[in-house]
Write a protein that binds this ligand. Structure first.
Ligand code: DUC
Ligand code: ZN
Ligand code: ZN
Length: 482
């Protein structure tokens, strides 16, 4: 058999297996997996290394304006390069509709921005304006193009679409096989807390943590699940930050609800004490939902281990520690005006490997599931996330024994800080390829700008009976077809 590239001598890791073997690649695809493969125009020695499906970053904000018009620091070039150095071979950032915009225009804008990517990409649409034209004309066009997921907000005045808007979106998603991602926080609880804190003059960054109560997340997760069940639509809860929220997700998954969820390294690595760093340093740790406490970290790790979470995503939201980012509204500002988000696209997988696999919390197979395979299956990247013949040759080769201390100098994003500064890591990605082409290799960027391609994604295949609310069941609702 002819191969463009053979990766030989490594330990292959998938979501189910760990075994020694070689991988043969031709025309961007894996065409052979065997104990020994000879030949290959190029041969990559993976002796002593782990060969895994490349990471799929399913939650990142790249070249995206916030609702108040603040552009994140990373474009599709810097964002994709940083992602690749962090072990990712593809990603799914957001394409954000702001009110009044058409989805077609939004997609055209992001197509132009994403043309710089060095790794394959798709987008989750953010919908903030579910008008009739959006629901019945523009979204179906987006699905037809293979954009089969979107995010809606239950918080932020400029973003949240109300329960009725969510029902509309969920039911259109259900009809087209799309999955709806939810930022679940109760908007009024947050606003009420903000008002109390402001009246008491408590506006330092650390008060961000208590302004967004755990109850606000738990209530919103419960409500989102009820809304999704009413229309039997699959739901993905993003950035779960609370033990209570994770417990609700676990209970509903066990009950058969079509539910998926993620948490993020920042909720495992940091606590609200980081928001209380000297001066305004706490601004670096302002993200929503906010950082919690040590007991929450332990509970979230337990849910990572036991399978509650589909994936661990970065929620990379890069606002620099300067007047272009965190302090766009001024240096000495109350916490609600600090730009909301933390960078971490390159830290996600080294963090999860080092703290998860090396420290014995999760297996290698779980690492692959949480970093790649589950995202591929949930979001319809049918050719990615595995090492089977026929799949895209999206591969990451890791040195499980390499060590490094995280530092800003080693980052490839456009940020001026990393919250993970000083973290001791064991296990690092050494090589990343997308469709058989090297992106990074031994610390060098090999890929050319624009090497990444848009990936049309498949609709979700819904398994099982789903949920039929009595009131929507013609046998129990006087025959109403609603
Ligand atoms: N939600 C996100 O998913 N990312 C950044 C900020 C936010 O509110
Ligand atoms: Zn969010
Ligand atoms: Zn996000």
């Amino acid at each position: 058999m002819q191969f463009d590239t053979v990766i030989h001598g490594g330990t292959l890791v998938t979501s189910s297996d760990v075994a020694r073997g070689d991988i043969g690649i031709r025309d961007g695809r894996i065409v052979a997996v065997a104990e020994n493969l000879s030949g290959g125009d190029a041969r990559i020695d993976a002796g002593g290394r782990l060969v895994m499906p490349g990471g799929i970053e399913a939650h990142a904000h790249i070249a995206q304006e916030s609702s108040s018009g603040v552009m994140g620091a990373d474009d599709y070039l810097s964002g994709s390069v940083a992602a690749a150095f962090g072990g990712n071979s593809s990603f799914i950032p957001f394409a954000a509709q702001h009110r009044g915009q058409s989805v077609d225009d939004v997609i055209a804008t992001y197509d132009a921005r994403a043309a710089r990517s060095v790794i394959d990409y798709s987008y989750h649409l953010i919908i903030t304006d579910p008008s009739e034209a959006v629901l019945h004309d523009q979204l179906p066009r987006a699905f037809a193009r293979g954009i089969t997921s979107f995010k809606v907000f239950m918080t932020y005045d400029m973003m949240n679409i109300g329960d009725g808007g969510m029902l509309d979106i969920l039911s259109v998603a259900r009809d087209h096989g799309a999955i709806t991602m939810i930022h679940a926080e109760n908007n009024d609880m947050v606003k009420w807390m903000n008002g109390r804190l402001a009246r008491a003059g408590l506006v330092a960054p650390k008060y961000h943590a208590i302004s967004r109560p755990e109850l606000a997340e738990e209530e919103a997760i419960n409500r989102a699940i009820s809304l999704a069940k009413l229309v039997d639509a699959p739901l993905f809860i993003v950035h779960v930050s609370t033990a209570g929220g994770a417990a609700i997700v676990q209970r509903e998954i066990l009950a058969g609800t079509r539910l998926f969820a993620e948490t993020c390294p920042q909720y495992l690595a940091f606590t609200r004490d980081d928001l209380d760093r000297p001066g305004m340093e706490g601004a670096k740790f302002v993200c929503s939902p906010p950082l919690r406490d040590a007991a929450t970290q332990a509970a979230l790790w337990q849910h990572v281990k036991s399978g509650t979470f589909t994936s661990v995503s970065s929620d990379h939201a890069p606002y620099r520690y300067d007047e272009t980012g965190k302090f766009i509204k001024g240096r000495d500002i109350p916490y609600p005006q600090i730009s909301n988000g933390m960078p971490g696209i390159a830290a996600r997988l080294p963090y999860l490997f080092s703290e998860g696999v090396v420290k014995g919390r999760i297996s290698l197979q779980q690492f692959v599931s949480l970093s790649s395979t589950n995202a591929a299956r949930t979001f319809g990247m049918t050719d990615k996330g595995s090492l089977a013949p026929g799949m895209d040759a999206d591969i990451a080769i890791w040195d499980p024994e390499a060590t490094r201390v995280m530092s800003l100098q080693d980052q490839h994003d456009n940020m001026d800080y990393t919250p993970f500064e000083g973290l001791e890591l064991t296990g690092l990605p050494e090589t990343v390829m997308t469709r058989g082409a090297l992106v990074t290799h031994k610390g060098s960027l090999i890929a050319k700008e624009g090497q990444g391609k848009f990936v049309p994604r498949a609709p979700m295949r819904l398994l099982g009976d789903g949920y039929l609310a009595k009131e929507r069941d013609p046998a129990q609702n006087f025959g109403a077809q609603i």
